[in-house]
Design a protein. Structure first.
Length: 125
């Protein structure tokens, strides 16, 4: 598996939003969903505002998709990352720091137990 390049990580990290498209069973891409993305070291993560509903269910079909952010377009694998308490604490801090210009209740939509329980790591392929 190929990792993110430093340039890709930097571009996505400096972008506020990411467009995510998950693959359907037939391999076609669903419509893009706009979301926030955070970085932890050399990894990128997303969380659904509504937990395991909505677009998150689409990632369960093939665990594959495409993301676009900061001029980077990349095919990815979606990997569950909700079982590591230390990681979730670090991601909470990353979300609060990166999106501090937004109201607490908005940031709180991705910094709660429901969102934490559906954290996905974006692994380039």
């Amino acid at each position: 598996m190929t990792g993110w390049t430093t340039a890709e990580l930097t571009a996505i990290d400096h972008s506020d939003e990411l467009e995510l498209q998950s693959e359907r069973a037939d391999g076609t891409l669903r419509d893009p969903v706009t979301m926030w993305v955070v970085r932890d070291g050399d990894d990128l993560y997303v969380r659904p505002v509504k937990g395991r509903g909505g677009w998150y269910r689409g990632t369960r079909t093939r665990h594959r998709g495409r993301v676009s952010s900061g001029g980077v377009d990349k095919d990815v694998t979606f990997v569950d990352a909700d079982t590591e308490p230390e990681l979730n604490d670090a991601l909470d801090t990353a979300y609060r720091t990166k999106y501090r210009a937004y109201a607490d209740n908005i940031v709180g939509s991705v910094v709660n137990a429901q969102a934490r329980g559906a954290t996905l790591k974006l692994v380039p392929r």
